[in-house]
Design a protein around this ligand. Structure first.
Ligand SMILES: [Zn+2]
Ligand SMILES: [Zn+2]
Length: 427
């Protein structure tokens, strides 16, 4: 059995409330021991001195465009991007072509990911047939095929009756219903409604489009007992609504995209359509409210909403497709918040690994002995640039393209196997 010994790293594992200098012994695909100064002559040594070692990150929200739009990304390029960003498990959204509204597509994603053996790619099934919002998909069949959650992401589920039925099923199935909460009768425009949209004369989408749907879905979650997971939260009132319903015992969780934590609507002025995303980047006061909600625990986890698009789809602001790639930039952006003392390093690992794993109810987000050996080793100080040479995505739609970043993954281990290694890092 292959043995790996990660030596001398600064280990952060929120699941075991562990932080400090430890060695980690991996035997086969499992962690077998976490202790000081482990001696194991048969093990291959990974020298992690000066680096941080944490459970592999878990991303509840990526778009791998496979099947159907593999010119933007596919399961292989997306998986390589994920492990280069420290993610060992990702949940891919069902807005593929065909969509994941039937078991065959879920099985295709799982078998392709299994064959590649790079990253654990788990499919989210569509809530409705064809993601059209008219008729529930066969959620039980999708669950049996391996779907770990349901969402019509890319579009909101607008029909309240279907949302209630989905949440009722969720409480029986034990899987979360995720929603892209933006009322699409209000959210028609390209960027946030505010000064920037006024100055540029660009169509806009107001935060209340989000608040309305968050309030409706939280209400239905409380009534049905179903698990609602609100995707990519961006509005302060939505945060307050979620806090209100959590206090009353509703089974509601939510995620935030790192971009909404560091950028504001002004980013559109310098990055143009690369800064166009739904829900849109909002105002500084909104960003501050999200940081506060991150600190007080209202926001449960971070998810990248990695959304690759080709350059021809990212032309004029008004027509451009919304979304940004984000798997390789999540760690440097979150480390910036650690450096600014918004959150602690342990909070960061919890938000990127332990908590999202718990939301899904999967065995991940921990490096306690006997857990699956999914591990990320990163250098919080290393400076690098996201560009053609360093990016693993087929697309480059992010305001951070060609920008200097601080904090880089040097090695990622998935089920006891090294699946990513930075050029200079020896294994
Ligand atoms: Zn969305
Ligand atoms: Zn999305």
């Amino acid at each position: 059995m292959l043995k790996l010994l990660i030596k001398g790293g600064y280990v952060v594992d929120p699941s075991a409330d562990l932080e400090g200098k430890y060695d980690i012994l991996i035997e086969g695909d499992k962690v077998s021991k976490v202790a000081k100064d482990i001696f194991e002559p048969e093990a291959k040594i990974i020298d992690a001195e000066g680096y941080i070692v944490a459970p592999g990150f878990v991303d509840l929200h990526v778009h791998f465009r496979d099947p159907g739009q593999t010119y933007k990304e596919d399961i292989e390029s997306g998986s390589r991007c994920a492990v280069a960003g420290g993610f060992t498990t990702v949940v891919c959204m069902p807005n593929t072509n065909p969509p994941v509204d039937r078991p065959q597509v879920a099985r295709y994603i799982l078998s392709k990911s299994d064959c590649l053996g790079i990253c654990n790619v788990l499919p989210a099934g569509a809530i409705t047939e064809g993601r059209k919002g008219e008729k529930l998909a066969d959620l039980w069949a999708l669950k049996r095929a391996g779907c770990v959650a349901f969402t019509d992401d890319g579009s909101p589920l607008m029909n309240s009756n279907l949302m209630r039925m989905a949440l009722e099923l969720s409480s029986q199935m034990g899987l979360p219903i995720m929603n892209h909460c933006e009322d699409d009768t209000l959210a028609k425009g390209a960027i946030n409604e505010g000064e920037v949209s006024a100055v540029l004369g660009i169509s806009s989408r107001p935060p209340e489009a989000e608040d309305i749907l968050v309030a409706r879905d939280c209400t239905l979650s409380l009534q049905t007992g179903g698990h609602l997971h609100v995707q990519h939260l961006s509005s302060p009132l939505s945060v307050d609504i979620i806090r209100f319903f959590k206090d009353r015992g509703a089974k509601v969780t939510c995620e935030v995209n790192p971009y909404h934590l560091v950028f504001t609507e002004k980013e559109v002025l310098s990055s143009g359509s690369y800064a166009k995303v739904n829900p849109p980047l909002r105002k500084e006061k909104d960003r501050k409210a999200l940081l506060e909600a991150l600190r007080d625990g209202t926001i449960d986890c971070v998810a990248t909403d990695h959304a690759p698009h080709a350059d021809f789809e990212k032309g004029l602001l008004e027509e451009a497709m919304p979304g940004m790639i984000g798997l390789q930039t999540a760690l440097p952006l979150m480390l910036k918040l650690v450096e600014e003392e918004v959150i602690t390093l342990k909070d960061m690992v919890c938000l990127m690994s332990t908590k999202p794993a718990r939301i899904l109810g999967i065995e991940a987000g921990s490096i306690k002995p006997s857990s699956t050996a999914d591990v990320v080793i990163f250098d919080p100080k290393k400076e690098w640039t996201l560009c053609e040479e360093t990016s693993f995505s087929k697309s480059k739609n992010t305001p951070l393209w060609n920008k200097k970043l601080k904090g880089k993954v040097v090695c990622t281990i998935r089920a006891g196997r090294v699946v990513f290694r930075d050029g200079s890092f020896q294994v």
